[in-house]
Design a protein around this ligand. Structure first.
Ligand code: NZQ
Ligand code: ZN
Length: 390
């Protein structure tokens, strides 16, 4: 077990009607607000109107940046920072899923410094040193961006999708009202659930993750996703399901389970290449990769992790042979992702071509020539996993 410092200062307003507190929260940072959002879902589900009601009530000035894409573009960061600088914005309000919140984190950074090209934060040429305060309204349970300090941006010109982060980018406050997620489509609900599932897998399926209490906590979250993901897909307005998914999304990645320095992740670097090359939904890419990666990594050294997972998450008979338990656990994962969440199960079906596997695998291993996670994956291993996903 490693030593660690735990500090997650995001204030969370959780539950129905919490947007009534938005104006008071925003006012504590100043008068000028930049509202950021995506393609317009907040205008259809009433969130935009609610924000404007609070803006008027607290006499705030609002500027807007809309059109932030899923797999957000670095060009939106530039545009948002420009609006902030020109209008002396005091606080950024991100209303959306991970794409809008991620993009807004780097708007906050770039609005507060003189870095000319914000892509430099992602390629190691510039550091985030200061940032405007960020408040988020989460509209989709998935990435955990509402409580973490990282973000992933896409550079269309270079076909790269890269992550960066800094503790000062963590939202100061996040509004988590599960009813806002009633309007999320079945597809995005399923993808979001798969993303949360993967965030937990990345820590749980890792030989450096040995904290007993945290492993039981993670199993509780896995069980929550297995129970409530399919319910939310079938019954979009089931409050209990939406609330459980929402709070699990935050806790899967708010640094609690990782406990200290990060353990290297495996599926995420591979998925980011799928999204960079083909602009697919992050959670879908992870769903396709995760069970294949599990199969690929199963060996004498790792099998006990699968046994823990299979017996504690899926209640598989602990008296079976350990490899049999592991295979059953993988089969249950397939069933959860593709039968219950009804996600597409192969790369070919989402239009991803084998001719790009080599290049995507090479890029996924760009840091140190390999992904040194649960099982060390070199470029050829990544290609093999991608072939298993065909
Ligand atoms: O753009 P709008 O119109 O809002 O529609 C969005 C978008 O089309 C829609 N949506 C969101 N809330 C809705 C809604 N539709 C109806 N009702 C609502 N309440 O859903 C679509 C997808 O939104 P997006 O924000 O892209 O989804 P998600 O939250 O899954 O974010 C994905 C991005 O986050 C990154 C991913 O790589 C990807 O770029 N990640 C960020 C992480 C982090 N900050 O720590 C970690 C993750 O592993 C991930 O990499
Ligand atoms: Zn993710």
């Amino acid at each position: 077990m490693k030593n660690f410092v735990y500090s997650i200062p995001t204030k969370v307003y959780f539950g129905k009607g919490q947007l009534d507190n938005l104006g008071a929260e925003l006012s504590s940072y100043g008068k000028n607000v930049l509202l950021t959002y995506g393609g317009g879902s907040i205008k259809k589900n009433g969130v935009y109107d609610k924000i404007m009601e609070q803006i008027r009530k607290y006499d705030l000035n609002v500027f807007e940046l809309s059109g932030i894409d899923p797999n957000p573009r670095i060009t939106s960061v530039k545009e948002g920072a420009r609006i902030c600088k020109e209008n002396n914005v005091d606080v950024v309000l991100a209303a959306g899923g991970g794409s809008t919140i991620d993009c807004s984190k780097f708007i906050c950074a770039n609005a507060a410094d003189d870095v000319e090209d914000p892509w430099d934060y992602f390629i190691g040429k510039a550091k985030v040193t200061k940032a405007l305060p960020l408040v988020s309204i989460l509209t989709l349970s998935a990435t955990g961006s509402e409580m973490d300090c990282g973000g992933v941006l896409t550079n269309i010109e270079t076909r790269e999708k890269l992550g960066s982060g800094n503790p000062i980018l963590r939202p100061k406050a996040s509004f988590l009202d599960p009813t806002i997620t009633y309007s999320v489509s079945k597809y995005q609900t399923a993808c979001g659930t798969a993303d949360i599932f993967s965030h937990i897998c990345e820590v749980y399926f890792n030989l450096g993750s040995d904290f007993y209490m945290l492993r039981r906590f993670m199993e509780g979250m896995f069980k929550t996703l297995v129970k409530y993901g399919p319910i939310a897909v079938e019954e979009p307005e089931n409050y209990e399901a939406r609330a459980n998914l929402m709070w699990t999304s935050s806790w899967a990645i708010n640094d609690f389970i990782k406990c200290g320095d990060g353990i290297p992740w495996s599926c995420h670097p591979i998925e980011h290449e799928l999204s960079a090359f083909y602009d697919i939904t992050h959670g879908l890419g992870l769903a396709i990769l995760t069970p294949r990666w599990m199969e690929y990594c199963l060996n004498e050294k790792t099998v006990d992790t699968y046994v823990e997972f299979g017996t504690n998450v899926f209640d598989i008979d602990p008296y079976l042979d350990k490899f049999e338990i592991a295979k059953k656990a993988i089969a249950r994962t397939y069933d959860f992702l593709f039968n219950q969440l009804k996600l597409t199960d192969t790369l070919t079906k989402v239009g991803i071509k084998e001719e790009d596997f080599e290049k995507m695998a090479e890029n996924a291993c760009r840091n140190g020539g390999a992904i040194d996670g649960f099982v060390r994956l070199e470029k050829d291993d990544v290609v093999n996993i991608l072939k298993m996903c065909k």
